[in-house]
Design a protein around this ligand. Structure first.
Ligand SMILES: Nc1ncnc2c1ncn2[C@@H]1O[C@H](COP(=O)(O)OP(=O)(O)OP(=O)(O)O)[C@@H](O)[C@H]1O
Ligand SMILES: CC(C)(CO)[C@@H](O)C(=O)NCCC(=O)O
Ligand SMILES: [K+]
Length: 256
């Protein structure tokens, strides 16, 4: 009963086919395409795929993109289903003022993260960091309540904003340095430390809220591996957090 998981971000669509809709199921195939090329999925990447039996996706790129992907899914006999953030799902409770306004990618990644927390032992607080087009840093307490989170520009958006908002900043990528001494290094380091600084701050908030207990810090997203080396705290890089969340949700829904 193979299962297709789809994550449509603001830059790329990522997909993964699993042997079944269960956490830990075998990964059969996966891929990623830029949103500019999603209209070719059925005739290219998905053409040779064994037909999936079910699918679940999460999309933050808007209605129009979602509809274009649904057209590609017509290749198979599937009902397209997309996660909408809700007050509670798969054991996680949503503390957003308006739960449905929380980005579906954040909600799904947190559900994936909660699964990892519980699989590792006694429940503990968790920080879920997604580093993609935008960066989000979301806090979950020991009981599985999403408390709130930060949204900040990703590295690429930060650099483009600086380029368009100043006269003198248009330089190649530099290196991350403690004391950057040229413009390229200053920009690259500034972007990286803006992200790690936000993570450190939220970790502090969550630790204080949790009577000093250290949260499990989970990092995901296309640029997670670039930022993780500069993060001064124990953490784990899990590329598949959104897919893990989609597997969790689908298996919970089937069990209801
Ligand atoms: N050195 C860096 N550090 C952090 N982020 C970077 C760095 N270089 C590039 N980036 C940004 O990381 C983002 C990663 O893009 P990528 O498409 O891999 O992420 P993604 O998780 O697929 O995004 P989305 O899900 O939003 O589509 C790009 O938007 C780019 O701006
Ligand atoms: C913040 C992003 C862009 C991160 O991908 C996405 O989750 C989103 O569009 N969220 C909607 C707004 C919110 O989460 O409050
Ligand atoms: K994303």
């Amino acid at each position: 009963m193979s299962f297709l998981a789809i994550d449509i971000g603001n830059t790329r669509l990522k997909w993964a086919q699993y042997a079944s809709p269960q956490p830990g199921a075998a990964l059969l195939a996966h891929g990623a395409v830029f949103l500019e090329t999603i209209d070719e999925l059925a005739e290219k990447e998905w053409r040779e795929l064994a037909p999936p039996h079910s699918m679940l996706g999460c999309v933050v790129a808007g209605e129009a993109v979602r509809r274009r992907v649904e057209e590609q899914l017509e290749l198979w006999d599937l009902t397209p289903r997309w996660v909408v953030s809700s007050p509670r799902e798969a054991g996680l409770v949503n503390g957003y003022d308006h739960p449905a306004r929380l980005g579906a990618d954040r909600w799904v990644a947190m559900i994936g993260a909660r699964g990892h927390v519980l699989a590792r032992g006694p429940a503990r607080p968790a920080l879920v960091v997604m580093i993609g087009t935008a960066v989000t840093v979301d806090a979950i307490d020991r009981e599985g309540h999403f408390l709130g989170g930060l949204i900040l520009p990703g590295h690429g958006i930060m650099l483009r904003a600086l380029e368009s908002g100043t006269a003198g900043l248009r330089v190649p990528t530099g290196e991350v340095m403690p004391f950057p001494a040229n413009t390229s290094d200053a920009l690259t380091s500034g972007g990286t430390y803006a992200i790690t600084g936000a993570i450190e701050r939220m970790r502090r908030h969550l630790r204080e809220r949790s009577q000093g207990e250290e949260p499990l810090v989970l990092i995901t997203g296309g640029a997670g591996w670039k930022v993780a080396p500069y993060l001064d705290m124990p953490h784990e890089l899990l590329e598949s957090l959104i897919f893990d969340g989609l597997l969790n949700i689908q298996s919970h829904r089937l069990a209801l």
